[in-house]
Design a protein around this ligand. Structure first.
Ligand code: AMP
Length: 143
């Protein structure tokens, strides 16, 4: 299944934050939207400037302490973001996430942010895909 189909099913909403907003602002966004990652963007989500996830916050809480909560997101985010395109397929993305050990991939086309895919989206759609294949095979042998 292509990522364009995953986006069609789940929608293209991406929660973003400016790099000068604080880690406390970030935590509020993660809690409000019940998500684990936010794209950092200077232009309201048109382009990707970084990515910041709950893991970054936990890591910095451990190394810096609670003072990190008033620091700007820019200090805890990852600036070199690996992205994918709508033409990529689920299995390629699953491999990328496993190899690179992260759970979120922004979808970018012509330099513009379109959507974000999480490992949860991949697992859900892969199960749907395998279930559909299984149903077809059962249907075939029972005919
Ligand atoms: P995650 O497993 O998505 O919570 O991310 C684990 C670590 O990888 C964190 O330091 C993230 O900032 C970073 N990270 C997550 N997604 C990406 C991505 N698409 N490109 C680069 N780094 C990422």
């Amino acid at each position: 299944m292509r990522i364009s189909e995953v986006i069609r099913r789940k929608g293209a909403e991406v929660v973003t934050i400016r790099p000068d907003e604080t880690v406390t602002d970030l935590l509020a966004l993660l809690a409000e939207h019940n998500i684990g990652a936010v794209v950092v963007s200077v232009d309201g989500g048109r382009t990707v400037g970084g990515i910041v996830t709950e893991r970054d916050v936990v890591r910095h809480l451990n190394s810096t302490g609670t003072s990190v909560l008033s620091n700007p997101v820019a200090q805890v985010m990852t600036a070199e973001v690996v992205t994918c395109s709508t033409e990529d397929d689920l299995q390629t993305l699953a491999r990328t996430m496993t190899e690179k050990r992260f759970r979120h991939l922004p979808v970018v086309e012509d330099g513009e942010l379109l959507a974000i895919v999480s490992i949860g989206d991949i697992v859900k759609n892969r199960i749907d895909e395998l279930q559909a294949e299984n149903d077809q095979l059962v249907d075939y042998v029972q005919r």
